[in-house]
Unconditional design. Structure first.
Length: 320
């Protein structure tokens, strides 16, 4: 018999949607991704980490229905494996989101471009760091640090335990979660202030009396040249601000959904760590569903708002 069967059905349905959307986007664009700019290239690999998470949930869901056994009835090795996949994919997603935020921060605030080869190394480092973080209990010889969650749907770190090895793993995993979230808040505050300053500069530039009223029948060459120069400078400045604003809009939505998805889980984890008390299964379930729902939303938003990805998907669909 499967415990909390309505929870299992909900998890399976959302994970299946996330797997289909993220998997379809990744497979359609990955072969052309080397021609993308870094801001379009990196989100593809966030989709891959979400594919890993949702595939794990779907496979365990199918197994549970076929055998009528949930994670409660499975051996501890299965729980440890499930926890490794969950922690690996979630940590990697957050680290890649940190990388995407740094790209926006570099372009808008520091006004420097991060080259694609550096982005590729960053992606490889994110996956390696996620794997190392998730492997910590195995490296310490204590896979039982991973235990079943309160809603019985997944396995993760035993946040309420206080032995030295578990505390070391808790600190590591909380760092993997908190550092990206803190940087997101800092970076987007800087980006917002930078763009607000740029918009203010454009408005001031436009309000300054630079153009004289000239009779249409008697333009002088020097006046025409000056006017053209001013218009070109204004157009260039408006173009830069518009591009920055477009980047900011794309980033804010992705980051907002990620924060909305991760904040409930982060709050519940901090509560368990600080108080040593377990959270209720209902709250645990809602926190997990928030993460899964944002994995469904991200690929849809990317296709709608990222022109490079949208064009690539459209071309793939035409070929088929």
């Amino acid at each position: 018999m499967i415990l909390n069967e309505p929870y299992h059905i909900t998890q399976f349905a959302i994970s299946l949607l996330g797997l289909m959307f993220n998997g379809a986007l990744f497979l359609m664009v990955v072969t052309e991704s080397n021609s993308f700019n870094p801001s379009s290239y990196l989100p593809i690999w966030i989709c891959l980490s979400d594919v890993i998470l949702n595939t794990n949930n779907v496979l365990f869901g199918i197994y549970s229905w076929v055998t009528q056994e949930s994670l409660v009835q499975l051996r501890s090795e299965a729980c440890a494996f499930d926890a490794f996949i969950v922690l690996f994919s979630c940590s990697t997603s957050l680290l890649l989101l940190l990388g995407l935020t740094y790209l926006r921060y570099s372009i808008i605030v520091k006004e420097t471009e991060v080259k694609l080869p550096i982005v590729k190394w960053g992606i490889a480092g994110s996956y390696a760091t996620g794997a190392l973080s998730a492997s910590a209990p195995f490296l310490l010889g204590s896979p039982t640090i991973y235990s079943l969650s309160n809603d019985k749907l997944y396995c993760a770190t035993s946040w309420t335990r206080r032995d030295p090895k578990t505390l070391a793993v808790i600190v590591l995993h909380l760092s993997t979660i908190s550092i990206p979230l803190i940087f997101l808040f800092y970076a987007y505050t800087c980006i917002y202030l930078k763009i607000r300053s740029s918009i203010g500069g454009v408005r001031q530039f436009c309000s300054e009396p630079k153009l004289e009223q000239v009779e249409t029948a008697s333009f002088r060459p020097s006046t025409t040249s000056k006017r053209t120069s001013i218009v070109q400078r204004l157009s260039a400045r408006v173009s830069v601000v518009s591009e920055d604003w477009r980047f900011l809009q794309q980033s804010i939505v992705m980051v907002a959904t990620s924060l909305a998805g991760w904040s409930p889980m982060a709050v519940t984890l901090l509560y368990s760590v600080l108080t040593g008390q377990e959270i209720s299964p209902e709250i645990d379930f809602v926190a997990q569903m928030c993460i899964l729902v944002q994995t469904v939303f991200n690929p849809i938003y990317l296709v709608c708002k990222n022109r490079e990805l949208r064009v690539c998907v459209r071309e793939r669909l035409k070929l088929n």
